[in-house]
Design a protein around this ligand. Structure first.
Ligand SMILES: CC(C)(COP(=O)(O)OP(=O)(O)OC[C@H]1O[C@@H](n2cnc3c(N)ncnc32)[C@H](O)[C@@H]1OP(=O)(O)O)[C@@H](O)C(=O)NCCC(=O)NCCS
Length: 219
């Protein structure tokens, strides 16, 4: 865990980053099955399909820039049919084959920061990079499935729906959802059986962040 101030930056993901990004997945997502983790081949495919939608967070430690986190996205046409979906369905097994070059929504397939580099603002900077991209491309906004790692501590007295309501109300803090709310996302519902995470009974939130500058005329 880094405690002293450290320089950080967010760049478009490059081929040289993907090996480390793939290595970090198991540490970041301890509950996921092998099938749900992104490999170096997955990251390379994302770069081929939609390079401008892939970002890596770097931290400057011991005179070197090291990979600390990333976000992987693709474009889709969003409709009610997609409201309930699993992570593997929507990401096409992590390959992002659903990427639609004229899709008007950005789907966040992954956004994560290595535990050693959390609390430095990198998660928020990665969300900033996505927001800037959405505005630049004049998209309607972003959609994602968000994990709920903090539910485990409250399961004995709250349903998952009540837990999410209390995190949204600011009465409880979830390590993931609270960061997303702070970054302007809104919860639209619960995704049941979304991803392997016994801490949240495999549930996730359906979160949306609309682009207030979306211009239908020039889209
Ligand atoms: C969610 C995640 C990306 C956040 O990354 P991060 O780099 O730690 O996020 P940030 O440093 O930008 O933190 C955001 C805010 O939460 C606050 N925060 C972080 N940990 C906190 C804590 N334990 N208590 C209170 N606030 C906390 C930070 O202070 C920051 O607020 P600030 O900007 O007012 O200082 C990271 O925890 C992660 O990778 N989790 C696992 C994967 C995951 O859940 N991804 C999300 C998509 S499903």
């Amino acid at each position: 865990m880094i405690t002293s101030p450290v320089a950080t930056r967010v760049v478009n993901t490059e081929r040289q980053h993907v090996k480390r990004l793939a290595q970090m997945q198991r540490v970041i997502y301890p509950t996921l099955t092998d099938e749900e983790l992104l490999s170096a081949e997955h990251f390379l495919r994302h770069l081929t399909l939609f390079p401008e939608g892939q970002f890596t967070a770097l931290a400057h430690v011991h005179d070197k820039w090291v990979v600390a986190g990333s976000t992987s996205t693709f474009r889709i046409h969003w409709d009610a049919l997609h409201k309930q979906h699993t992570f593997l369905e929507i990401t096409d097994g992590g390959w992002f084959d659903h990427h639609t070059p004229d899709g008007e929504w950005l789907y966040g397939g992954d956004l994560s920061v290595h535990p050693d580099f959390r609390g430095l603002g990198l998660g928020s900077r990665l969300y900033d990079a996505r927001r800037d991209l959405v505005r630049r491309l004049n998209l309607r906004g972003e959609v994602a499935g968000g994990m709920l790692p903090g539910y485990d501590r409250h399961r004995h007295h709250l349903s998952i729906e009540a837990y999410v309501r209390r995190v949204v109300a600011g009465e409880l803090r979830d390590p993931t959802l609270s960061v997303q709310l702070k970054n302007g996302f809104v919860v639209k519902g619960i995704l049941y059986d979304h991803i392997t995470d016994p801490r949240a009974d495999n549930c996730a939130t359906l979160i949306v962040r609309e682009n207030p500058y979306y211009n239908r005329v020039s889209a």
